[in-house]
Write a protein that binds this ligand. Structure first.
Ligand code: SF4
Length: 476
């Protein structure tokens, strides 16, 4: 589904809207997540201060991004972690495959990693005869069905209990059909335990990386992340370069904001802080740890003073849970790795406005996303900017595909407008002529689509200039 050049966003939205079960699943799940977030942050003033701190911490890290990445690398290397730099998703995939091949590894267990969704790692490894098994329960469920995540925190949220029961019954050998959640969990656990035990390598994402100490921080609730990073002999961490923070003391506010905004938890169940491979005398842990630093378009965002704020995102998913469009259509409808408001801001920048600029239109600009974003990203402002860049000028803009949405008809319309504005005599006469049309504007061409959901504009019989003149006001 992702990066599909033939992806039709309008058709995808229509398909999602026509699925009442999907709408019900999302409505229930998002209502639950919103309620949990509200309950965990009961004090509005305290939350406001915490969000301001979160923003400041991430903004400071971004302001020193190149320097912090170099420090992170130096400290990781000092701790025995091998660091690799990947400019693109393809490069990251190839590096990971090289590491696996160097160890003869053909079985990889994966903790949750949105960066690996970005690079399409699973398909890539599959093509090179490496089994990459998702071990986060939600990711495990959707991998069985050959699907992609529909939410960045709860990837199988589009499925209800019955649908999960059907998936397990269909794909897990000998699994009986049951809707008992405990039994379903036990089935997944049994399958995954064996995979952890026999995996040649483990891969995880990184929530935050601390430059000061070279520590990779991983937040999770199921323990699968700890299994992936500690049981196999090799651990590969894949991380977007925007995840670096300066100091260990930066973590507490970010962790509080992330867990509270994502799942309404005071603290995550498992907090993994990985600073080195297994040391002499230690009983567990991988013998080798690799960190792959992924750019994949982030430095382009970093170069734009306004849009670089999107790199503050800590991937909590709260903007999705509160977006009326996302809640109605779900994540798959967006056809991108990152759905919802932040996806509609980031994806057109990563993949180009020509390919994914339409996503920015899937918003009422109500601002509900901004109201909950823990790091105060002005999402509505960014959505407006992406929309504008679709019509904008490639010479003055960093965004890929800028100006690609400007059609010939629009170009001609703006030229005609400019011509009329510089010819007041003609403009006046045409306005008078148009005024005679009143509400008889024909709904044809682009006007037809525009007026299908809006009131047809009605032209005033007289222009303001005419009225002013008739009132006898001079020097209007
Ligand atoms: S944009 Fe804000 S609310 Fe949305 S996922 Fe990122 S941090 Fe969370």
């Amino acid at each position: 589904m992702h990066n599909d050049p033939h992806f039709d966003f309008t058709a995808s939205l229509e398909k999602a809207l026509a699925d009442p079960q999907l709408g019900e699943n999302f409505k229930n799940a998002m209502t639950g997540l919103r309620g949990k977030r509200l309950a965990i942050f009961p004090d509005a003033d305290e939350l406001a201060k915490l969000r301001a701190t979160g923003k400041a911490v991430k903004a400071r890290a971004l302001s020193k991004l190149p320097e912090l990445l170099v420090r992170l690398e130096a400290n990781c290397v000092k701790n025995g972690i091998r660091v690799h730099w990947a400019q693109t998703g393809e490069e990251a995939n190839a590096m990971i495959l090289d590491i696996l091949r160097a160890h003869g590894a053909t079985r990889l267990v994966k903790g949750k990693s949105m960066a690996s969704e970005e690079t399409g790692l699973n398909h890539y490894l599959e093509k090179h005869d490496v089994e990459a098994l998702e071990t986060d329960l939600g990711e495990f469920i959707i991998q069985l069905d050959g699907e992609t995540p529909s939410h960045i925190i709860v990837p199988a949220v589009h499925k209800n209990k019955k649908q999960v029961a059907e998936t397990f019954h269909r794909h897990l050998p000998g699994a009986p059909y049951t809707e008992d959640v405990q039994e379903l969990n036990a089935m997944a656990r049994k399958t995954l335990r064996e995979k952890f035990r026999t995996a040649h390598a483990g891969l995880s994402g990184v929530n935050f990386a601390v430059a000061e100490t070279g520590t990779l921080v991983l937040v999770e609730n199921e323990g699968n992340g700890r299994m992936c990073t500690h049981v196999p002999p090799v651990h590969i961490a894949l991380m977007g370069i925007d995840k670096v923070v300066e100091n260990l003391s930066d973590l507490p506010p970010l962790l509080r904001l992330l867990t509270g905004s994502a799942t309404g938890q005071l603290m995550t169940t498992y907090l993994n802080c990985i600073t080195s491979p297994r040391r002499e005398g230690e009983k567990d842990g991988p013998k080798e740890v690799h960190l792959v630093l992924l750019d994949n378009g982030r430095t382009r965002l970093f170069a734009d003073p306004q849009l670089s704020a999107g790199l503050r995102c800590i991937r909590c998913g709260a903007c999705m849970n509160n977006c009326p469009v996302y809640v109605r259509v779900g994540g798959h409808a967006y056809g991108s790795v990152y759905p919802g408001p932040i996806g509609s801001v980031l994806t057109p920048q990563f993949e180009g406005i020509d390919a994914k600029g339409d996503l920015a239109g899937a918003s009422s600009l109500c601002g509900a996303c901004e109201e909950v974003c823990p790091v105060l990203i002005p999402l509505a402002e960014h959505l407006r900017r992406i929309r504008a860049e679709g019509q904008g000028c490639p010479d003055t803009c960093h965004v890929r595909g800028c100006g690609s949405k400007r059609t010939l008809a629009e170009t001609l319309a703006w030229k005609a407008w400019a011509f009329l504005e510089s010819n007041p005599w003609l403009r006046e006469r045409l306005l008078r002529l148009a005024g005679l049309l009143g509400d008889r504007i024909p709904a044809v061409g682009p006007l037809k689509a525009w007026t299908s959901a809006r009131t047809t504009p009605k032209l005033a019989p007289k222009s303001l200039r005419q009225l002013v003149r008739e009132e006898g006001i001079r020097h209007e």
